[in-house]
Design a protein around this ligand. Structure first.
Ligand SMILES: NC(=O)c1ccc[n+]([C@@H]2O[C@H](COP(=O)([O-])OP(=O)(O)OC[C@H]3O[C@@H](n4cnc5c(N)ncnc54)[C@H](O)[C@@H]3O)[C@@H](O)[C@H]2O)c1
Length: 357
């Protein structure tokens, strides 16, 4: 049989920093028809945006409840809307909002007429440093999050730190958890920068934020470029996440912020790395200190050892073993396929008994 080899997914994605919201849509530079799928709350908070969209003659589709509307129902509504406005494959969709909106708009873009030009304007810190990078699009299906989706890169991502001024402290920290994660799996320099700039970050100094966002994006982008479909190195991005998914699964009735579960998950991963004698004590201490320096509010998070381990076992990313991303050193993540469930269960129980909420 003849074998044909070809490379795919080497799309070029342009990252654009917009200094302020006033010229946001000028950085878009598209000369086709365009539909902005936007978070209504963000438009209400930053009211020059509606005017800019109108002045550009773009269509506007507003999302009132992002996570709820990341659904098959609103997916087909947007498809109908685009069809009613005669959108063609050569036209453009802009996703403007947090990760729920950009995931939904990305999924529409990748499937409408087999895919049209997609531009992302992420507005939450989580979407700027995480959800907008790596080409994963998704909608939820039934009770399963991100069950339907595609890998589809936008042509442009526009980052404007001005948006972050309207995030409340815990929503801001929700995204900052991913910034810390990217630093811990990348390099000591990156961790030292976060430690040095702690006060400026807390005060949301725009220049500092932009610098940190760009560096964090760079980390994720270089990992996903090497491993777009998550067969190898991309798994490092799950540092703390197996524990976090366990925590999230047992808190489904009281939605908690993902980043907060990830912070606890990273603390567990660091403690487990220490417990298994993989990491030096001083590296463990320095990393834990960074995780504890910011004002994450864990007060509404329920923790239960037996339930967490059950949830970790049924995590869709785990096969027969529980896959944990641990840390041997700052910048040196390590994947452990844990077969010793008893040891892990004992550790989790002990961690929870000593965890201060
Ligand atoms: N595609 C990926 O690789 C990826 C990665 C991580 C998370 N995600 C997805 O992203 C979503 C979580 O991201 P999120 O936290 O941004 O969710 P979100 O879109 O639900 O936004 C969270 C809240 O912040 C509000 N918001 C957004 N920007 C704001 C701003 N500038 N000012 C004030 N409020 C603002 C939203 O209205 C919402 O209430 C989930 O659906 C998750 O599955 C995707």
């Amino acid at each position: 049989m003849k074998k044909i080899l070809f490379e795919t997914n080497k799309d070029e994605v342009q990252l654009i920093s917009a200094k302020n919201l006033g010229d946001l849509f000028n950085s878009l530079a598209v000369d086709t028809k365009c539909c902005v799928v936007a978070d209504k709350k963000v438009l209400d908070m930053h009211n020059s945006l509606r005017e800019q969209i109108k002045n550009k003659n773009f269509e506007l589709y507003e999302i009132s409840n992002p996570e709820e509307e990341k659904s098959i129902g609103s997916y087909t509504n947007i498809i109908d809307f685009l069809d009613s406005k005669s959108f063609k494959r050569s036209d453009c969709i802009v996703g403007l909002g947090g990760g729920a909106v950009t995931d939904l708009a990305g999924f529409v873009s990748s499937t409408y007429m087999r895919g049209l030009n997609y531009v992302q304007i992420p507005t939450s810190l989580l979407s700027q440093v995480d959800a907008s990078i790596g080409g994963k699009t998704a909608i939820n299906y039934g009770k399963i999050k991100n069950f339907i989706g595609t890998f589809y890169n936008p042509s442009k991502i526009i980052i404007c730190p001005d948006f972050l001024s309207t995030l409340n402290e815990q929503e801001f920290l929700n995204g900052f958890a991913e910034v810390i994660k990217h630093s811990l799996i990348t390099s000591e320099d990156s961790v030292n920068k976060l430690i040095k700039k702690e006060e400026k970050i807390k005060n949301r100094d725009l220049e500092t934020l932009l610098e940190i966002i760009e560096e964090s994006i760079q980390t994720k982008a270089s990992i996903v470029t090497e491993d777009f479909t998550e067969k190898g190195k991309r798994k490092f991005l799950n540092f703390g996440h197996t524990f976090a998914h366990g925590i999230e699964s047992i808190n489904l009735n009281r939605p908690i912020l993902h980043g907060h579960a990830v912070i606890i998950g990273m603390m567990m991963a660091l403690d487990y790395s220490k417990y298994l004698e993989l990491i030096d004590i001083d590296v463990h201490e320095k990393s834990m200190k960074l995780l504890k320096s910011f004002n994450f509010d864990f007060s509404n998070i329920r923790l239960g050892a037996d339930e967490i381990i059950e949830a970790m076992k049924s995590d869709k990313k785990n096969t027969n073993t529980i896959n944990l991303v641990l840390l041997k050193d700052i910048g040196s993540p390590y994947i452990l396929e844990e077969v010793n469930e008893k040891r892990l269960a004992k550790f989790i129980k002990n961690f929870i008994e000593n965890f201060e909420q």
